[in-house]
Ligand binder design. Sequence first.
Ligand code: NDP
Length: 496
Amino acid sequence: MTTTAPETLTEYQLFIDGRFVPSSDGSTYESEDPYTCASWARIADGTTADVDRAVDAARRALSGEWGRMPGKERARLMRRLADIVERESGALADVETRDNGKPFRDANAQVAYVADWLRYFAGHADKIEGRAFSDAHPNFFAYTVRQPVGVVGAILPWNAPLILLAFKLAPALAAGCTFVAKPSEFTPASALALAACVEEAGFPPGVFNVVAGSSRAVGAHLVAHHGVDKVAFTGSTATGIAVAQAALGHLAAVTLELGGKSPQLVFADADLDQATNGLIAGVFAASGQFCTAGSRILVHRDVHDELAQRLRSRAEQIRIGDPRDPEIDLGPISTGPQYARVAELLNSAAAEGAGVPKSGGVAPEVGRYFVRPTVLTDVTLSMQVMREEIFGPVVGLIPFDTEDEAVAMANDTPYGLAAGIWTRDVRRSHRVADRLQAGTVWVNAYRTNSPGVPFGGMKASGLGRENGQEALDSYLETKSVWIELADESRDPFRIG
Ligand code: NDP
């Protein structure tokens, strides 16, 4: 990464056992601002020894004050944390924008979500209940209790670091788990900034730990660590599979939130004004760097040309530039490798015969990692750009003639994360939603989320769900307790 004068860099240390600490070997690395392409922060460069320290602290916290704390007290701490996050929202959003290049407007909204997530799951912390079985077996009473799964190891991506951390942290805290976060090497700062809020909120030491690190060994060590009871991962499908294999090596529970190639189906009866706006939100917001990006637009042939024209003219109005400028809609691609990947996919699209508008493509005149919103036409489902996750502001349009054909094309992908349906026909919307292989289907909307609504992928897009009751359940173990009621001895060699 590029370096600047050391005195201009903001310093971040690891957060382990309730304290900010340097890495065990004293090393640091620099984090780049993708807009200026200069280093802006110096980060303590965690090691596998730091992971060990963090996991040990998290285990101690489980059997200490935190482990004994009633749900309503955990809820109180979580609400206090939400208040602090809200108070610090401008600063946290600024950190996110500097590290990730996300426009401040969007980063600010995502920080507000962090507080929402904490408050929503705080409401669950004192409502974790088991079941009673008075008739499970003659002369027995049985009941279940729900207990925290234990230490959570969270591997985070760079595209929406804070909110994707909150998706995991909020239910984990509500359940009574402890937490070790390993942020992406590209965007470590916001998790470490959040740690300062956790410290101020007064959580016992070891409940929340952050080990940043530039080496792949740090995350790999965390997910393979025998002291970790559950691994929560967001990132690419290939890495997710490797992470799950490492976690299963010591029988840790796993949730995986992985990639997508989400379709947006636009029927001839759709409100094209609303659809255009939603399609723009669904693929150009955050420079298309979100897992649910609706990068395959399947559109009825009757409205194909009109929609393509509307999308291109709207795309040309998108303001790109300095993400800290509140008037800017679209910032840079977040990392150098990701910029190279998007550029490569654009080249492949052109080579395979796609229509690439002059107003689209890479934009070196704006900055080194900039890509203009690009609406591709004359694409087919077999092209690389229409099969692989792009994670950039690029979308392709493919015409269809019938509902069956649209559904078949939508499902013709290894992924199954999300889909959008644009139609005024309420019967069609339910019919098609039922047939789409996707964990989330939006109708006449896109990129909406809530802490209470489960989120996750089918097929190669993931395992398990984040958000909602499903998320809380995934941070809990169920224990069954059997009480003998009869005061008599049994035949020891007969089950029962
Ligand atoms: P990765 O999936 O490789 O990285 C995500 C996280 O996993 C990072 O924190 C990374 O750490 C960590 N990691 C990588 N390898 C291991 C391992 N063996 N054990 C434990 N942790 C590991 O994503 P990339 O950043 O390489 O992005 C590649 C593509 O993934 C993108 O182009 C995009 O298509 C997709 N992606 C999808 C996301 C989603 O939201 N579903 C999010 C991000 C990317 P480190 O930073 O140190 O490498």
